[in-house]
Design a protein around this ligand. Structure first.
Ligand code: ATP
Ligand code: MG
Length: 429
């Protein structure tokens, strides 16, 4: 992509409404624009990141054996009456009336819809277990939408639902999702800490919230530093984990039996990026989701639900990876891998080399944003640092006279002078 044509409306001034770094930087980098309170348009740069995050989530769900579906955003109030949540849900639910005066709503979550789908289409225990998921926009009329896409009213969520014949099966599904979550966040460069969560309105006794640490996180988190040691080992055993103390502020009890001594208790702030629950037969019972069991008798299925805040993750990743000049994308979610800066547009040596690099990297499938604008070097450097592509390749008349370009890592700030050929080899590797 050429920056001269790319729709990336960057801002020099810090927008007054943005209180935290990720909101400021996402607006300044031209990733999103607010259209109404808590409702955003995603511009090309932001949309590319959102799609990469979606794709990682999708790949890890698929690898865990979950199957993708797509349920609608608009739902009928009837199924919410069946579960008993239509009245219970309160003002966060956006209620809509169609032309025939039928009550509809913009889905804040999908337990009811998936339970209906399951009930109407699965008849025998032989078809279980099943995990279904979708990645779809939700609407919740939050009292205080804030921090940009972190607490929006319209937001993108991945939600999965598991169906099993008994508790043992449901626990296995839960563990499969639990480990898929750790892998998913790790691929984005994040360490997500699973906190024992209060299942709250949804009910049940097995639930974790995944938090990433950030000073601007909305929740206080308290956890045993033994978690950091466990996490370093990779795959986590749920039983070992459940003995460790890790809770958010609402659940923190300094007198709980497994609270570690102060020197081993980490107190920090976290952003909730995922939440998983086992809730047994709460919906299947209320909505009559039964299958024929092995003995021919009806069997009420055991369910769980598993959410990831896909659009919130964009903000959370920026919170985790930025400095005072801008964003520092982890490569796995970066909108482009390389930013190419032509320091002197119109200079024939610079133009020729840059066009050649641009063509060859594009042909090799490396995502590259070429700053071919006729702008001052300072502006180009500042914009490139702001949008945070992992690699910057700088070509100017002086360097080219000596046969070199400069390769800079946005993460470490490290700069290296290389021949064009070695720079290309490095970036294609
Ligand atoms: P929170 O406590 O942050 O309101 P929640 O418990 O209401 O979250 P869930 O219903 O479990 O959230 O939804 C699953 C995930 O969706 C959350 O872990 C979070 O990452 C994301 N999410 C929830 N509400 C919002 C929102 N208003 N804006 C963006 N993402 C959200
Ligand atoms: Mg909420």
């Amino acid at each position: 992509m050429r920056l001269s044509v790319f729709f990336m409306p960057t801002l020099k001034e810090t927008p007054a409404e943005a209180q935290i770094a990720s909101h400021r930087l996402m607006l300044r980098a031209g990733m999103v624009r607010q259209s109404a309170a808590g409702i955003y348009s995603w511009l090309p740069l932001g949309w590319k990141v959102l799609r990469k995050i979606q794709q990682i989530v999708r790949e890890e769900q698929d690898a865990a054996g979950a199957q993708e579906v797509l349920m609608p955003t608009i739902q009928s109030a009837d199924i919410w009456r069946e579960s008993g949540r239509y009245d219970a849900y309160g003002k966060e639910m956006l209620r809509i009336t169609d032309r025939h005066d039928r009550e509809m709503l913009y889905g804040p979550t999908n337990e009811e819809l998936i339970t209906q789908l399951f009930r109407d289409n699965v008849k025998s225990y032989r078809e279980l277990p099943k995990i279904l998921y979708h990645i779809q926009w939700k609407f919740r009329d939050e009292v205080r939408p804030r921090f940009g896409v972190m607490r929006g009213r319209e937001f993108l969520m991945k939600d999965s639902y598991s169906f099993d014949v008994d508790y043992e099966g449901a626990k296995r599904s839960y563990e499969v999702m639990f480990n898929a979550y750790l892998k998913t966040f790790k691929r984005m460069g994040l360490t997500a800490i699973p906190m024992q969560a209060d299942p709250g309105a949804i009910g049940g006794n097995l639930s974790h919230e995944f938090h990433i640490l950030a000073e601007t996180g909305e929740s206080g988190v308290f956890y045993d530093i033994a978690y950091d040691e466990l996490a370093a080992k990779g795959e986590i055993d749920l039983d070992a984990l459940s003995r460790l103390y890790a809770v958010t502020d609402e659940k923190h009890d300094p007198n709980a039996p497994n609270v570690p001594p102060p020197e081993r208790l980490k107190v920090a702030r976290g952003i909730e990026v995922g939440h998983i629950f086992y809730f047994g037969t709460k919906y299947s019972k209320a909505m009559n989701a039964v299958v024929a069991g092995p003995d021919g008798n009806p069997l009420v299925v055991e369910m769980g639900s598993y959410g990831i805040g896909v659009s919130r993750l964009v903000g959370a990743i920026v919170e985790a990876f930025h400095d005072d000049r801008g964003i520092k994308w982890p490569e796995s979610v970066a909108p482009f891998k390389v930013g190419l800066i032509n320091l002197k547009v119109g200079d024939s040596a610079c133009d020729t080399v840059c066009e050649d690099i641009y063509r060859r990297l594009s042909a090799a499938g490396v995502e590259i944003l070429y700053d071919d604008r006729d702008e001052r070097a300072g502006v180009k450097f500042a914009d490139m640092d702001l949008i945070g592509l992992p690699w910057q390749l700088v070509a100017g008349p002086k360097g080219l006279a000596a046969g070199v370009v400069e390769l800079k890592s946005r993460h470490t700030g490290e700069k290296q002078e290389l021949s064009v050929e070695s720079a290309l080899a490095r970036l294609c590797g």
